[in-house]
Design a protein around this ligand. Structure first.
Ligand SMILES: NC(=O)c1ccc[n+]([C@@H]2O[C@H](COP(=O)([O-])OP(=O)(O)OC[C@H]3O[C@@H](n4cnc5c(N)ncnc54)[C@H](OP(=O)(O)O)[C@@H]3O)[C@@H](O)[C@H]2O)c1
Length: 353
């Protein structure tokens, strides 16, 4: 008999769903209640639909069967649901699961901007988790917590550190986004090999709004942060890891050494709470002139459970009143499933589940 909390993986055949499975194998707080997807996958074992190639899953995990996603079935198996569903599918299913009393930690976009749903990164805005107490399902034990779109998550950590210290005035960001960010099987190979596609539907709009909710305040309602933000998003032929270039202007301009020290000393709450999936250093600043790179830095993060959870910043330069830099994060780990797992760990230590 174990006192671990049973969790359901929604979308267990997808890129995010299988990162959930990876991160939740042998988790100290959670254990699998069931894997769920559409009728296309019903009855198949995880091993038969495996997409993740850089993790060795346990045999007993690979033998688990995918079940048809029906809310009653999920509610009967689990207290918590981790959602890697497409946004349109997630909308009603996640609401229904919360009403049934489940804590839902979602990667989908459907509920991110709702006025009572936190868009949470524990290092950035842990206090926003209080918003779940205002959700109508909360009396029943159910609630929804979301994490941001993968490209927004990557910049949110350095921007939090810098906004707190100097006040952001202007953020311009250009992204070089990995293929795994488009889900499986993603962009057709004939379209992306040897190519860059300067369009990702809805991504720029999401970045420009989500960041202001996350860097804003929770005062019984969300007060959005006030700065100018411009995003350009492109898909590049890289498997994992979103690289993003930023040009920033602050209300108070620091010198370069001070700004780098601010990034390096950033910690946030998860370290204090010793959340299992929290990296010891959530921000890593590289000094080499050709870092960060997806091939070298996507899996940054210690200890082993937090591999892929650190954001790497590099090429920090001052140019007049502006600062230029690159940052890189693993889009399906820190920017996806890992973000939700960290949120659930925070909810657990806060006594919400
Ligand atoms: N990839 C990233 O880097 C990333 C990062 C942050 C957030 N997100 C968000 O996370 C979500 C999942 O993304 P992904 O990249 O993992 O997508 P994906 O690889 O396309 O996986 C989608 C999953 O949803 C399941 N599904 C689809 N329709 C369903 C239905 N009607 N009923 C039950 N299950 C259904 C699929 O099951 P079948 O195989 O049975 O069809 C599959 O398991 C999306 O909302 C995405 O925007 C993705």
């Amino acid at each position: 008999m174990t006192d671990k909390i049973k969790v359901a993986i929604l979308g267990a055949t997808g890129m995010i769903g299988q990162r959930f499975v990876q991160l939740l194998e042998d988790h100290p707080y959670f254990e699998f209640g069931g894997f769920y997807a559409s009728e296309r996958s019903e009855g198949k074992t995880l091993g038969e639909v495996l997409k993740i190639r850089d993790h060795r899953f346990k045999e007993e995990t690979l033998e688990m069967k995918i079940e048809l996603l029906e809310t009653e079935r999920v509610a009967a198996s689990s207290r918590v649901a981790f959602s890697g569903l497409p946004s349109d599918t997630a909308k009603d299913i996640e609401s229904e699961l919360a009403r049934t009393g489940l804590a839902v930690f979602s990667n989908a976009g459907a509920h991110r901007m709702s006025p009572d749903v936190p868009l949470l990164i524990p290092e950035v805005n842990a206090e926003h988790i209080e918003a779940v107490k205002g959700q109508t399902s909360f009396d029943n034990g159910g609630f929804i917590v979301t994490n941001a779109n993968c490209s927004t998550t990557g910049i949110a950590l350095p921007l939090k550190a810098l906004h707190e210290a100097y006040g952001l005035d202007l953020v311009t960001v250009s992204t070089y986004q990995a293929l795994s960010g488009a889900g499986y099987p993603g962009v057709p190979s004939m379209d992306i090999l040897g190519n860059v596609i300067p369009y990702i539907g809805g991504e720029e709009e999401k970045m420009e709004t989500e960041i202001k909710k996350m860097l804003g305040k929770w005062n019984g309602g969300f007060e959005f942060a006030d700065f100018s933000m411009f995003a350009n998003c492109a898909r590049v032929p890289v498997l994992d890891g979103h690289l993003e270039s930023m040009v920033l202007k602050f209300r108070e301009t620091p010198d370069s050494d001070e700004l780098i020290r601010t990034l390096e000393s950033f910690r946030g709450l998860p370290g204090e709470f010793r959340l299992p999936t929290a990296p010891i250093h959530p921000l890593i600043v590289r000094k080499e002139r050709d870092r960060p790179q997806p091939a070298l830095d996507a899996f940054a993060g210690d200890p082993e459970r937090a591999r892929g959870m650190a954001v790497t910043v590099g090429r920090v330069r001052r140019s007049g009143d502006y600062f230029k830099m690159f940052c890189l994060s693993h889009n399906t780990l820190r920017g996806g499933a890992g973000g939700s797992v960290l949120n659930a760990e925070l909810a657990k230590v806060k006594g919400l589940i």
